[in-house]
Design a protein around this ligand. Structure first.
Ligand code: BES
Ligand code: ZN
Length: 615
């Protein structure tokens, strides 16, 4: 009786869960994709057991990556590897043949491993090298506490293959377990279930039971501590940063609850943020369960925590529903910006949301201007074959993506929009989608259903911004503009009007200086508002940009710019400032700073600035 019951339950399960694969056969169909050598329709990885030791003296990670695989009668399985030493490969415990193919500057090498029809596991013993692109090894001086070294990884877009041999394509998802051995004075954390305290022996074990793409596998190691905000949110940081980080991000539980309220349950159990040393090349990176963040968001007044809303939003758009290829990157980022601004609106009101949207619109206009000679790059759907997927990481994916969704929202109404998005996330959870599938889903579930016509194809496949784009307004910014105009015309500023301005308004004020603003006007503003000494990194960054562009040298600003560029490696900030030097024809000064700053940068920032200054 009991047996029959169990059998019946199993059958129902197999029936309702039609994705339930037969053991060891491939049920998904994967698309051709330009940034991975993997041939997942032939043989694909499904689970990783990573066993590594991290040596800070030699700056080498070494160990074994063991994969469970599914095989469609293929004779080999192909992985991606870049700048790795492959030492030995086994198939089901027996040594097996492997070849590393020709090396491509961007993609690295195909690692082809001989397997048999029956092979269930492959194990690759390997070491990283000093050419690794994902890892940044920091000495004690480059950290906040300055007492211990630090290591972090950055996987997106195609860098995971430089620290783990893997099928490095966003459409291939795996679960993972890891054992990581580190010096006992340090703690290791990953995009997985994490420790909250150091272990005595420096050995840490991790589990990620939800399937994720390779670019979301992440590791950070340092002398860090944990402090909880709620039972599912908290912060990791070095000792000297932990209290500041905890205070800055104290709304995190509210953010998760707000996000859930908008688009459905948070599926990853824990949401923590680790504050990394200042060389971290991004504002934030949405590694599942553990967002990686730059310390430059810690402003002391929560004014830059929209970044946390952004990375949290990726827990749905990106991590739960992942772009199938990097050509569909706008599906990750455009949806995330839309979701981020909705979280900010729900939590802090429409005024704050409008400001964010308008700053984005300005970024978008600047980007369109700088891409005016390559209109194809202003399309949402890109063709990045032969190019670095990082080329797609600009305001088009983010802010044109946002504007498309915002325009769509205004057309269909918020209620329809939200019901649609909620079902989109639910239907595609833990899987992948591409632009074409999205359009089909949109037509069926939102447009046709409500008898609405919309120029989706124009938005996605054509250059520039369609005429029906939503008009974004911010009353607060209109006031800011008026104060600025009066100042430029009269050289007088009414500080009663500016005393309550939050940092966003100051950023808007500074960014909108006219090109002919004079150095004495700059000096006047600096003397009145102390911009050069601001502790808000966003204000400092835009102020430094204007100082460079307008040849302003007061209040020690040159030394401050140099110091900023020598400590902060956040690519967006660094690029903005080096671009300003170039535009102002001050290339010698830029090169002098870069000479000492470059060794502090992660490869992704260094590569971008190398290209910029060599143009
Ligand atoms: N996933 C991105 C960062 C990224 C994109 C890394 C492409 C590598 C390749 C992250 O979510 C992001 O967008 N970060 C922004 C945050 C901002 C939009 C709030 C950043 O780093 O500035
Ligand atoms: Zn993002």
């Amino acid at each position: 009786m009991k047996k029959v019951f169990i059998l019946a339950v199993c059958c129902i399960f197999a029936f309702t869960n039609c994705k339930q694969p037969k053991e060891n056969t491939i049920t998904n169909t994967y698309a051709e994709e330009p940034h991975s050598f993997a041939q997942p329709n032939q043989a694909v990885i499904t689970h990783l057991d990573l066993d590594i030791a991290v040596d800070f003296d030699t700056q080498i990670i070494s160990g074994t990556a063991t994969y469970n695989i599914k095989n469609n009668n293929a004779k080999e399985i192909i992985l991606d590897a870049k700048y790795l030493n492959i030492i030995d490969v086994k198939a089901d415990g027996e040594q097996t043949a492997f070849t590393l193919g020709d090396s491509d500057e961007k993609l690295g090498q195909p690692l082809a491993i001989s397997i048999q029809e029956t092979t269930k596991k492959i194990a690759i013993t390997y070491q990283t090298t000093d050419k690794t692109e994902a890892l940044q090894w920091l000495n004690a001086q480059q950290t906040a506490d300055k007492t211990n070294p630090f290591l972090f990884t950055q996987g997106q877009a195609i860098l995971t293959r430089t620290w783990i041999p893997i099928q490095d394509s966003p459409q291939i998802r795996i679960t993972y377990n890891a054992t990581v051995k580190v010096p006992s004075e340090l703690m290791a954390v990953m995009s997985a279930e994490n420790p909250k305290e150091k272990t005595a022996d420096g050995v840490y074990t991790f589990k990620m039971t939800q399937p994720i793409p390779a670019y979301l596998i992440a590791l950070a190691i340092g002398d860090i501590e944990y402090k909880a905000i709620s039972n599912r949110t908290g912060v990791y940081a070095e000792k000297s940063m932990i209290e500041k980080a905890h205070a800055e991000f104290s709304d995190m539980e509210k953010m998760v609850a707000t996000a859930e309220n908008l688009y459905g349950a948070y599926d990853w159990e824990q949401f923590d943020v680790i504050v990394l040393p200042p060389s971290f090349p991004f504002g934030g990176m949405e590694n599942p369960r553990l967002t990686f963040a730059t310390p430059t968001v810690i402003a002391g007044d929560k004014s830059l925590t929209t970044l946390v809303a952004h990375e949290l939003a990726h827990s749905w758009s990106g991590n739960l529903v992942t772009n199938a290829t990097w050509n569909d990157f706008w599906l990750n980022e455009g949806f995330t910006v839309y979701f981020e601004i909705r979280i900010m609106e729900a939590l802090y009101g429409k005024e704050r949301a409008d400001m964010l949207a308008l700053i984005g619109r300005q970024d978008l206009d600047d980007e369109l201007e700088s891409l005016k000679d390559s209109p194809n790059d202003t399309k949402l759907k890109l063709d990045l074959k032969g190019r670095d997927p990082g080329d797609g990481m600009n305001s088009i994916a983010y802010d044109k993506g946002y504007l498309f969704l915002r325009t769509l929202e205004e057309k269909v109404g918020r209620e329809n929009m939200d019901a649609f998005l909620k079902s989109y996330f639910k239907t595609h959870a833990f899987s992948t989608t591409n632009t074409e599938d999205f359009i089909t889903y949109l037509n069926i579930n939102l447009l046709n259903k409500n008898n609405i016509t919309f120029n989706t194809e124009e938005w996605i496949y054509e250059a520039g911004i369609p005429d029906n784009a939503a008009v974004i307004k911010s009353d607060a910014f209109t006031t800011v503009k008026n104060v600025l105009t009066t100042f430029i015309e009269t050289d007088a500023i009414d500080t009663a009007k500016t005393s309550e301005w939050p940092p966003q308004e100051w950023v808007y004020f500074i960014r909108n200086f006219p090109e002919d603003i004079t150095t004495s006007q700059m000096q006047h503003l600096d003397d009145t508002f102390n911009f050069s000494e601001s502790t808000n990194s966003y204000i400092t960054m835009v102020w430094f940009e204007q100082s460079i562009l307008n040849n302003y040298h007061g209040n020690d600003v040159d030394a401050r710019i140099s110091k900023f560029l020598n400590t902060v490696g956040r690519r967006w900030y660094v690029t903005t400032l080096f671009k300003a030097f170039k535009k102002a024809d001050r290339i010698d000064e830029a090169l002098a700073i870069y000479k000492t700053a470059r060794p502090n940068y992660h490869t992704v920032t260094a590569n971008t600035i190398d290209a910029l200054l060599n143009e």
